[in-house]
Design a protein around this ligand. Structure first.
Ligand SMILES: [Zn+2]
Length: 76
């Protein structure tokens, strides 16, 4: 997504949950997964990321592989 299109979307949708894009998602995904695996409320800590994962197959795949990776490390 180009920066122009991204800022256009933010302008159209306004601030709120819809503002999480792939860039933000990838930047926060580590923290999100750690919170999830720690049993914390990751949705509250990073609002909108869950919604992005639901709507973005690429990030959802990344989320799942990261969960497997981090969860596997913790199990050892
Ligand atoms: Zn995405």
């Amino acid at each position: 997504m180009t920066p122009e299109l991204s800022s256009e979307l933010v302008r159209l949708l306004g601030p709120g949950e819809a503002e999480v894009g792939c860039d933000t998602c990838f930047a926060e995904l580590d923290r999100y997964v750690e919170l999830e695996l720690a049993g914390r409320d990751a949705d509250a800590a990073i609002p909108g990321l869950r919604a992005h994962l639901d709507g973005c197959p690429a990030c959802r795949e990344e989320h799942e592989s990261l969960r497997a990776l981090v969860g596997g490390e913790q199990a050892l």
